[in-house]
Design a protein around this ligand. Structure first.
Ligand code: GLY
Length: 398
């Protein structure tokens, strides 16, 4: 691992080379990597998804795969950040292929993951009505998975029979509430606000442990709402802290506070953050699970969790008093610096932005790989930092 001094020297060298601020340099790096990727994408409906460890070739996913929104989202952020019309053109073409997803019966909670980075940014940056209509349809579709007796969305209908998890909710599901909250606020839909609010409350009550860590899956009785069991699916074991799950909790409750201003959600985000930060390994990037076996130092890292947390903290700091805000912003900037250098920067190894993320360790899928959502949240954190450096809010109007 590159030590702190080398990191600072590298960072200063960038400035000395006249490339502007480190954040500008990092955005420029993302743009040049994405330009390389764009040249190899076979068609706008093939979304770069993952580059396995040791490979330099992207594997692709089609619209409807849970990660399919992230590549269009990267293209929209590059357009927003650089103003270059070539990104708008590519983003528009990729997003066009995502529109049917908004009108489909949902296979899982992942609707928000797919449509907010793609269609959500498309609407934000173009104002075209058809994007807004698609978001309303997607939100209505996601809402069909809500069970009012439990007070949460059924995350994985496919696991009801397969795992005998009659009503299951995963911590990742928090991210999909952004779609419901957004449509509620922008399209006068209080019914969707109520679903997202109640889901956040139920998750806060059931998914957190005493120490502020989260479990991945909670199974409920769909008729009584009673909690039946806590499990993991992508973590080490039911009781451990899966790194990306914790990152989703931090990001999700920060976002829930943005829309609700409910202090309990803010406290939940802060508690989840402090637990995460206090257990990070020395280089500041988590292993895929915080308790994955005795030889933790031999386990693969998950840079995606670090990128998600960095982006979330840049929002969270804006809701906190000065001292805490400073601390969280500094943690986010530190993480971004670490991700922006070896061994996490992909550079010539492949055209992704980052290396060393882990998708699904128990299945052996995407282990120590480059993954589109790591790149997406890394770029999002850079865009948020650019806004802060311009004296704006990390999230416009919040
Ligand atoms: N939401 C799925 C994952 O984080 O792997």
């Amino acid at each position: 691992m590159r030590n702190g001094l080398a990191l600072v020297i590298g960072w200063l060298a960038v400035i000395a080379q006249g490339c502007g601020s480190p954040v500008q340099e990092a955005v420029g790096y993302c743009a040049s990597q994405a330009a390389r990727t764009l040249e190899t994408v076979p068609s706008p409906d093939r979304m770069p998804n993952c580059v396995e460890a040791g490979s330099s070739e992207w594997k692709y996913v089609s619209p409807g795969g849970w990660t399919s929104g992230f590549w269009p989202g990267e293209l929209w952020y590059l357009y927003e950040s650089t103003g270059d019309a070539k990104w708008k053109d590519a983003a528009g073409k990729a997003t066009e292929t995502m529109l049917p997803v908004a009108y489909q019966t949902p296979h899982s909670h992942d609707v928000g993951f797919m449509v907010m980075p793609s269609i959500g940014h498309a609407y934000r940056l173009t104002g075209e009505d058809r994007y807004r209509e698609a978001l309303v349809s997607a939100a209505d579709s996601l809402a069909t998975l809500y069970n009012p007796k439990v007070g949460t969305i059924l995350s994985w209908p496919g696991m009801v029979q397969k795992m005998d998890w009659p009503h299951n909710t995963i911590i990742d599901n928090m991210l999909n509430l952004e779609l419901l909250f957004w449509v509620a606020e922008n399209c006068s839909r209080p019914d969707l606000y109520d679903i997202a609010f109640r889901h956040s409350e139920t998750t806060m009550e059931h998914q957190f442990r005493e120490d502020g860590s989260t479990c991945h899956v909670v199974v409920y009785d769909p008729e009584t709402g009673e909690e039946l069991a806590k499990h993991t699916h992508q973590g080490w074991k039911d009781e451990s802290m899966w790194a990306r799950g914790q990152a989703w909790a931090i990001y999700g409750f920060t976002m829930a506070y943005r829309f609700t201003r409910d202090e309990r959600f803010l406290k939940t985000a802060v508690r989840a953050t402090d637990t995460y930060l206090s257990r990070l390994p020395e280089d500041g990037i988590p292993f895929w699970d915080f308790e994955a076996g005795e030889q933790l130092e031999d386990q693969p890292k998950d840079a995606s969790a670090a990128a998600i947390v960095a982006s979330a903290l840049l929002e969270l700091q804006g809701y906190l008093p000065v001292a805490e805000a400073k601390r969280y912003r500094s943690e986010a900037e530190k993480t971004i610096r670490i991700l922006s250098a070896a061994p996490y920067r992909a550079g010539d190894q492949c055209s992704a932005f980052l290396l060393h993320s882990t998708g699904h360790m128990p299945r052996g899928n995407e282990v120590d790989a480059s993954i589109s959502y790591a790149d997406y949240y890394y770029l999002e954190s850079l865009v948020r930092l650019q806004r802060l450096e311009r004296g704006e809010k990390a999230i416009p109007n919040n």
